[in-house]
Design a binder for this molecule. Structure first.
Ligand code: T3D
Length: 265
């Protein structure tokens, strides 16, 4: 039997998904896309799962599209339809990651290139190993950054850096990525997974209603002016204030104990 292209480890309150094509730096094939989407669907369906951790097997995180995948190769003499690959695989993946009602933590364990960078950009918390690097590989093969990169990059690191980086395709070291605000934190390689799992363990005991609402509010804010966002926050707070997590959070505070939040409803 073929080895799984995505490994799934179920932990208490969260799941670890490991991209598993180490020989090809975990670059995306159609098979790996389908496996990752199925793993995301399973995690969402499991109400006890309150966070996800995505990482890569071996020395790489993800080198973007597998340029040799027969699924994108055109017949000799024909042009490939890369728009179809985006429509079929990458765009649903990025939309799914952003819409998941649970935080996605990304542990970038090595090189991330092309859509591998976009995968990290679409996550909620990115921790990078000191040896990791980030490459806007697209310009080197005659493409433009995709999988949300032209939208997310300028919002994270500012338009000046985003444009220059995409246009040059330079490789960014982890520490530079941290300085630019592309990642939350850089840690020494041996403690990468422990650091990333510590985030998931905190999310596993947090209010799932809060986590989902916070994630969504930041996404909504991108398309709102301040007035609309104030209205959005008011409506969401009204909804959360009627929920069981708020009742438990306030009760626990009054009783000077830690709150006990359940799974997602
Ligand atoms: O459908 C569509 O195409 C549209 C969607 C596009 C999304 C995209 O992501 S486009 C961008 C695709 N990615 C790239 O262009 C990156 C290509 N890879 C590299 O530039 C380099 O591999 C890295 C800079 C990432 C790492 O370099 P290095 O020297 O550390 O490793 P390496 O020796 O180049 O790679 C190790 C192996 O992985 C090697 O295989 P081999 O020779 O040992 O059998 C290499 O061919 C393979 N590999 C790495 N990246 C890819 C890949 N194989 C297929 N596709 C890859 N993207």
């Amino acid at each position: 039997m073929d080895e799984a292209t995505v490994l799934v480890d179920i932990r208490l309150g969260y799941r670890v998904l490991t991209l598993n094509r180490p020989d090809k730096l975990n670059s995306f094939t159609g098979v790996m896309h389908r496996a990752l989407r199925a793993a995301l669907d399973d995690a969402e369906a499991d109400k006890s799962c309150k966070a996800l951790l995505i990482t890569g097997a071996g020395r790489g995180f993800c080198a973007g599209q597998d340029l040799a995948d027969p699924e994108i190769a055109a017949e000799p003499g024909d042009m490939p339809d890369l728009g179809e690959t985006l429509e079929k695989h990458y765009n649903p993946l990025i939309r799914k990651l952003r819409a998941l009602p649970l935080p996605v933590v990304c542990a970038v364990n090595g090189v991330a290139a092309g859509a591998g960078v976009s995968l990290a950009l679409a996550s909620d918390v990115v921790i990078a190993a000191r040896s990791a690097s980030f490459g806007q590989a697209f310009v080197k093969i005659g493409l433009l950054p995709d999988s949300g990169a032209t939208y997310l990059l300028p919002r994270l690191i500012g338009p000046a850096r985003a444009r220059a980086w995409a246009l040059t395709g330079d490789t960014l070291k982890a520490e530079q990525a941290e300085t630019w605000g592309l990642v939350h934190k850089v840690v020494d390689d041996p403690i990468l997974m422990a650091e990333a799992e510590a985030f998931c363990q905190r999310f596993a005991v947090a209010s799932p209603a809060s986590l989902a609402a916070i994630k969504r509010a930041f996404d909504i804010a991108d398309g709102n002016d301040l007035d609309s966002q104030l209205d959005y926050e008011r409506d969401e707070q009204r909804r959360l204030g009627r929920g069981r997590d708020y009742a438990e959070g306030v009760e626990a505070f009054m009783e000077k104990r830690k709150p006990v939040f359940g799974g997602r409803s």
